[in-house]
Design a protein around this ligand. Structure first.
Ligand code: SAM
Ligand code: SF4
Length: 328
C-alpha cells in the first residue's frame, strides 16, 4: 500500500479496547465515558481486519488501547495474530501500562510477541498515583520484571510533563539504561478533553534534551524501531534514549502507519479527524472484497501530516478524541 505522498504503509496500530484500569491525567478525565460495548468489533472481527492489512503488505502490528490487556480474552486475539508471524507478519508488539503483565508475560512470549513497550512516567509511588490516578506502581514494576523474566524485550515510554516528572527524567533514564532497557520520551499531544490544563502539562522535548545534554554526551543514532522515535546514544550510560516529538519536530514525512479503533474506524493520521468506516464493509455479506476496497480508498486519503498545535489561548484539544480511542 502506497499513499499519495509515496509512503509505504506497513504498520498497523490496533486499539483493542478504549477502556483502561488507569486514568492518566494527560490521557483521559477521571470520569471517562467509554464506548458502549455493543459498538465494539468482536475479537474475530479485529483479527479479520488485521488479516486484510497483512494481505496488503502490513508486516508490523502493534496492539494498544486503552489498556489492551484488560479486554476479556485479549490473549486469544494475540495468539491468533501470533500464528501469522512468518506468514506475512514480521512482528507483533504491544503497548501497555504494565498492570496486567505479571499475569500475561509468558503467554505473550509463547504467542510470538518479542517486544513490549511499557508506559511509565515516574518511579515515585506518590507521583505515580497522582499521574495515573488509579494505578499501582508496584504492580507495574512487577509486570516489567515478569516480562523480562519471560524473555520479552521491554522499552519504557515516558511522557514528559512540566512540573510533574521533568525533574525525574535523568533518574528514569539512568534506571532504564542500568537495567538494559531503552527509554523513549514523548511530548503530550492535544487530544481529547481531560480534567487538567494541557498547556501547563506540555514540556517541549527540545528543552528536555538541552537539559540532558548539559550532563550527558548525546550522539544522534540511526537506530529505528519502525516507530516515530528518533534515538540518541548516551555515552555515560551506554543506553539508547528516544524522542517522540510531534510538536517540536514534525515526524510525518516518514509516517508508515494507520490506526484502527476497537469499533472498526480507521484513522489515517493520529492528528487528523478524517476516518474510514471498516465495520460496515466488514459486516457486509460476502467475502472480504468490500473491506479490501474500503482499505484502499482510505489509504488513498492519508493526509500529509498532522495539525497538532497547543492552543495556548483556549487550551482546546486539536483533536477531539482521546488518545485511548485511537491508541498511542
Ligand atoms: N494503556 C496503554 C499504555 O498506557 O501504554 C496503551 C495505550 S496509551 C493511550 C499509549 C501511549 O500513549 C502511552 O505511552 C501514553 O503515555 C501515551 N499518551 C496518552 N495520551 C497522550 C497524550 N495526550 N499525549 C501524548 N501521549 C499520550
Ligand atoms: Fe490508560 Fe494508557 Fe491512557 Fe494511561 S495512557 S489512561 S494507561 S490508556
Amino acid at each position: 500500500m502506497i499513499d499519495p505522498f509515496g509512503r509505504h504503509i506497513t504498520y498497523l496500530r490496533v486499539s483493542v479496547t478504549d477502556r483502561c484500569d488507569f486514568r492518566c491525567v494527560y490521557c483521559m478525565p477521571e470520569h471517562m465515558t467509554f464506548l458502549p460495548k455493543a459498538d465494539l468489533l468482536t475479537l474475530e472481527e479485529l483479527e479479520r481486519v488485521c488479516a486484510a492489512f497483512i494481505r496488503k503488505g502490513v508486516d508490523r502490528i502493534r496492539l494498544t488501547g486503552g489498556e489492551p490487556l484488560v479486554r476479556r480474552n485479549a490473549m486469544s486475539l494475540i495468539e491468533n495474530l501470533g500464528k501469522r508471524i512468518g506468514g506475512g507478519l514480521k512482528e507483533l508488539t504491544l503497548t501497555t501500562n504494565g498492570s496486567q503483565l505479571a499475569r500475561f508475560a509468558w503467554q505473550l512470549k509463547d504467542a510470538g510477541v518479542e517486544r513490549v513497550n511499557v508506559s511509565l512516567d515516574t518511579r515515585d509511588p506518590n507521583r505515580f498515583r497522582a499521574i495515573t490516578r488509579w494505578g499501582d506502581l508496584n504492580k507495574v514494576l512487577a509486570g516489567i520484571d515478569a516480562a523480562r523474566g519471560a524473555g520479552l524485550k521491554v522499552k519504557i515510554n515516558t511522557v514528559a510533563l512540566r512540573g510533574i516528572n521533568d525533574e525525574e527524567i535523568s533518574d528514569m533514564m539512568e534506571w532504564a539504561h542500568g537495567e538494559g532497557m531503552d527509554l523513549t520520551l514523548i511530548e503530550t499531544m492535544p487530544m481529547g478533553d481531560i480534567d487538567a490544563d494541557r498547556v501547563e502539562q506540555y514540556m517541549p522535548l527540545s528543552l528536555v534534551r538541552a537539559d540532558l545534554a548539559r550532563k550527558y554526551t548525546l550522539t544522534d543514532s540511526d537506530y529505528r524501531t519502525g516507530g516515530p522515535a528518533r534515538y540518541v546514544h548516551v555515552a555515560e550510560t551506554g543506553g539508547r534514549l528516544g524522542f517522540i516529538t510531534p510538536l517540536t519536530h514534525n515526524f510525518c514525512e516518514s509516517c508508515n502507519r494507520v490506526r484502527l479503533t476497537c469499533t472498526g474506524m480507521l484513522y489515517m493520521c493520529l492528528g487528523q479527524n478524517d476516518d474510514a468506516d471498516l465495520r460496515k464493509p466488514l459486516r457486509a455479506s460476502g467475502g472480504d472484497e468490500l473491506l479490501d476496497d474500503a482499505i484502499d480508498e482510505a489509504i488513498a486519503r492519508k493526509p500529509k501530516g498532522h495539525d497538532f498545535i497547543i492552543d495556548r489561548r483556549h487550551d482546546r484539544p486539536a483533536v477531539p478524541r482521546n488518545m485511548s480511542l485511537t491508541g498511542g
